[in-house]
Design a protein around this ligand. Structure first.
Ligand code: HEC
Length: 158
């Protein structure tokens, strides 16, 4: 029997499961693999250096627009222009790229969740999400995080 606290945290996932249509047969659906990331994070099983990290950059127009530029270069091919997970390069992937407009509304979508996910990618989960720790600086990861968190605002009309 896991401690009550864990059960409470996992219960936060239920809306996610229902909203993404994984409620039926979740264990046989390859897309339900994305839940492994949530469960690992909620149980606190992420490498120590990411625990409790918070964005070191201010939410400025410069940081958001740099985040947008980096997102379009590094992430859009899979996660789509508006973050809905429908990028062309992602159509054949299993599990498919996450819908980041959904992710950012989850209580677990903290700065440390983003920093860990973007740095280490999907290797531990057998997914195609690349690890960006060698390709992006810390500041660049934080700029992308701001861009996602501000609701992809600067996307409109461009
Ligand atoms: C080659 C395709 C690909 C590229 C490029 C890519 N991703 Fe992903 N991403 C995925 C896939 C597939 C998943 C789902 C599996 C997983 O979580 O590992 C994912 C998951 C994520 C998640 C977890 C969201 C959730 O709800 O579980 C975040 C955050 C994320 N990506 C951000 C990014 C960012 C930011 C970039 C660019 C710096 C990026 N990704 C580039 C394929 C990609």
């Amino acid at each position: 029997m896991p401690p009550l606290r864990d059960l409470y945290k996992v219960s936060l996932l239920f809306p996610a499961i229902v909203m993404t249509g994984c409620q039926t047969n979740a264990s046989n659906n390859p897309d339900s693999l994305f839940l492994s990331r949530y469960i690992q994070y909620l149980r606190g099983n992420i490498p120590e250096q990411y625990a409790g990290l918070t964005n070191t950059l201010s939410v400025s127009t410069v940081n958001i627009s740099n985040g947008k530029r980096l997102y379009q270069m590094q992430c859009m091919a899979c996660h789509g222009k508006t973050g809905d997970g429908n990028g062309l390069a992602g159509t054949q992937l299993t599990p498919s790229p996450a819908n980041l407009t959904f992710t950012r509304k989850l209580p677990l979508a903290t700065d440390s969740f983003y920093f860990w996910t973007i740095s280490e990618g999907g290797k531990p989960f057998g997914s195609a999400m690349p690890a960006f720790e060698e390709r992006l600086s810390d500041d660049e990861i934080w700029q992308i995080t701001h861009y996602i968190n501000t609701g992809f605002k600067l996307n409109k009309g461009t």
